[in-house]
Design a protein around this ligand. Structure first.
Ligand SMILES: Cc1cc2nc3c(=O)[nH]c(=O)nc-3n(C[C@H](O)[C@H](O)[C@H](O)COP(=O)(O)O)c2cc1C
Length: 249
């Protein structure tokens, strides 16, 4: 089965090096418009897409050089303003609205990414945005929350496709299949091997830190508990400052 949409999806690679060429506002408009055509709960569009293409703002703020960033905000502020004008009650500050709007925001952002990739642009998500204060950076008001951020630009690299787990590990039919230990070992075997394939020097350096396999490299290294705690503090702060309530019962 072949078609251009499938080709685009099956060839996705995150792009982290871009040329210095800008993306014109017309193109940014086309791809974000594609984002807004995504399904949205209740057709309420509980999100905003904030496009940042001012190079000074991007350079001050982001780790990579890119032509533009698109920030997808959970946004029930705009509908609050509308409800106020119409004397309609606002109760879209609760986990139900927050999570549905989070879903909306990410679907719209990913539609934008696919539209960008379909016309030859490159993109990479930057996960740390969910714990950052968007009030200062982009003037985001209450009842907004940074759900996701993607950097866009003209690719200056052509990385290989990164491997994925076998579909049988991820895709379940009819009921969730709880795997045996052997299945889990087999599914992660290729990833486990990446540790054994490191140079002796690199492995020795990791072992000195108490890291003896790829899983430990993940949970004790880049995604360790302290990093999770720090990010979680930022997320909870963002929720509180935005006025979303009811997450702890
Ligand atoms: C929610 C999310 C957050 C991510 N955050 C980052 C990030 O902060 N920095 C980065 O370089 N890549 C980030 N990525 C890209 C992933 O590292 C990348 O998708 C993964 O390694 C698979 O590679 P591929 O996209 O080329 O297939 C993120 C991806 C997602 C979906």
């Amino acid at each position: 089965m072949e078609n251009p949409v499938l080709d685009c999806l099956l060839n996705h690679r995150s792009i982290r090096r871009f040329t210095a060429d800008p993306i014109d506002r017309e193109t940014l408009g086309v791809i974000t418009h594609a984002g807004t055509r995504a399904a949205t709960a209740g057709n309420l569009q509980g999100y905003s897409l904030v496009v940042v293409d001012d190079q000074k703002t991007l350079e001050d703020w982001l780790p990579l050089k890119a032509a533009a960033a698109v920030i997808a905000l959970v946004d029930t502020y705009r509908m609050k303003r509308w409800f106020e004008l119409c004397d309609a009650p606002f109760h879209f500050d609760k986990p139900s609205s927050f999570l549905i709007s989070f879903w909306d925001a990410i679907i719209a952002l990913h539609n934008t990414v696919i539209a960008a990739e379909s016309i030859g642009l490159g993109a990479v998500y930057i996960g740390g945005v969910i714990s950052e204060d968007m009030g200062e950076t982009i003037g985001a008001p209450e009842y907004t929350f940074p759900a996701g951020l993607v950097l866009l630009g003209h690719p200056d690299q052509n990385p290989p496709l990164r491997p994925r787990l076998p579909d049988e590990a991820v895709v379940h039919y009819d009921r969730y299949h709880v795997p045996t230990d052997d299945e889990v070992r087999a599914w992660y075997a290729d990833i486990d091997r990446t540790f054994d394939e490191k140079s002796d020097e690199k492995r020795a350096a990791l072992r000195a830190k108490g890291i003896h396999n790829r899983a430990q490299q993940i949970t004790l290294g880049r995604y360790n508990e302290a990093i999770h705690s720090e990010m979680s503090t930022g997320i909870v702060d963002n929720l509180r400052k935005a006025g979303f309530t009811g997450f702890s019962g």
